[in-house]
Ligand binder design. Structure first.
Ligand code: SAH
Length: 393
């Protein structure tokens, strides 16, 4: 049982699922990591049942605000079933066989990420609670998804904050999973679920890649931070005249080239460049290169607000260069997946970049994560991906 300090139940009353260490007055009953604990207010009312994380600043993650609910295998089966049912009803389920099936807190399963790549599931257990219930969760996933193979990628840095060791490998079934074929809006991609970034593919950008595809006809496109070529290939499929894709990871570029070859497209129009985007954009500027559509989808520069200042500098740098490289009438699709940079700050950074580049530009659309990455209203932290479509006059 966790007893809260006076007044510290406020966020729980709004159904926010985290209890921070600073809110805890006392812990009784000697719970171990992952054990279910009752969360009690200073005046003795039980407000939630949660998973205990002794090593984390997030000391407990709420399973339920119903104090009477049993937290057992049936509970997890029910949560997994709901998460899967929500995905089945999404339009994206008709456009792709790769979907995020479980999105952590926003699906009532704090710390659990599950992505489906055709008939292979990739699961990440990122907190003590889901780690404790790993077996029943895997059983429910296997049974309810019908997927025979489940690969575990519990190798994210965040596990360290929970005092958990890295673990990866097949936990159900077995196969070669370095090139899982998926189809997204009719385009073929290969996903390396063993060594690829995150769980292997950035599913959150699915609908934004499709949007960029519809904007690309006749344009010269630059795809900055291309990974395995998602935006580059979508742009080519949309009729881009030429695509220049920049990515620092050679492994990612190797798969990007395979992805390009896996589609009936004119591969000669695409150039993959293994380089640092910051340096290469400067080089292109110095060479006097120009583009009609620039995509910038960098990694998380600021995981938390503490890194926001340095991140702001990095975002400004690349966006400023992008404005310089754009022809008049050109489009910039610019993204940030940093939890520590909110939509308002990101917009002001992009505004500053345009100003310093001497570009007159306006926002014509906004982007977010695809619907299989829902944001529970009580958990605004779940909203991390934001993007702007900016037209340069
Ligand atoms: N747009 C991609 C996802 C991009 S993820 C898609 O739709 O699939 C961000 C990518 O940026 C990663 O592949 C990472 O390897 C790459 N990266 C990180 N820092 C970089 C840098 N300084 N220069 C070039 N690429 C970088």
């Amino acid at each position: 049982m966790i007893k809260l300090k006076p007044g510290r139940e406020k966020s729980l009353r709004r159904h926010h699922p985290w209890v921070f260490s600073g809110a805890v007055a006392s812990v009784s009953g000697k719970p171990k990591a992952g054990d279910t604990v009752d969360i009690i207010t200073a005046d003795g009312k039980t407000v939630a049942r949660a998973a205990y994380s002794p090593d984390s600043q997030i000391r407990a993650r709420v399973w339920s605000f119903d104090p009477a609910l049993e937290i057992d295998a049936a509970f997890f089966r029910d949560r997994v079933m709901r998460a899967l049912a929500m995905r089945e009803s999404l339009p994206a389920a008709k456009h792709s066989n790769a979907l995020r099936l479980v999105h952590g807190e926003s699906d009532g399963l704090p710390g659990l990420i599950v992505d489906r790549y055709a008939d292979v599931l990739v699961a990440q257990f990122l907190a003590s609670g889901v780690e404790r219930w790993r077996d029943p969760i895997l059983d429910a996933l296997a049974e309810l998804s019908g997927c025979e193979a489940i690969y575990e990628r519990s190798d994210a840095e965040t596990r360290k904050l929970e005092g958990l060791k890295s673990r990866s490998g097949f936990v159900r079934g077995n196969r070669n999973a370095t090139r899982c074929p998926i189809i997204e809006h009719g385009l073929n991609f290969r996903v390396d679920v063993e060594q690829g970034q995150k769980t292997g593919f950035f599913l959150d950008q699915r609908e934004n890649r499709q949007r960029v595809r519809t904007l690309a006809a006749g344009r010269e496109v630059l795809d900055g931070f291309s990974y395995t070529g998602g935006f580059a290939i979508a742009a080519l499929a949309g009729g881009a005249r030429r695509v220049c894709a920049i990515e620092s990871s050679k492994d990612a570029i190797e798969i990007a080239k395979e992805n390009l070859a896996a589609n009936p497209l004119d591969a000669s129009k695409v150039e993959f460049i293994a380089a640092d985007v910051f340096a290469h954009l400067r080089k292109l500027r110095d060479q006097g290169a120009h583009f009609d559509l620039v995509v910038l989808d960098p990694p998380k520069f600021a995981p938390t607000a503490a890194q926001a200042k340095n991140a702001a500098r990095a975002y400004k740098d690349i966006n400023l260069l992008a404005f310089k490289l754009l022809r008049p009438g050109g489009l910039l699709a610019t993204f940030s997946c940093s939890g520590g940079v909110d939509a308002g700050l990101f917009q002001s950074i992009v505004a500053g970049a345009a100003l310093d580049a001497g570009a007159d530009a306006k926002i014509i659309e906004r982007f977010g994560a695809a619907a299989d990455h829902p944001v529970a209203l009580e958990f605004p932290e779940g909203e991390y991906l934001k993007g702007l479509l900016v037209l340069k006059n």
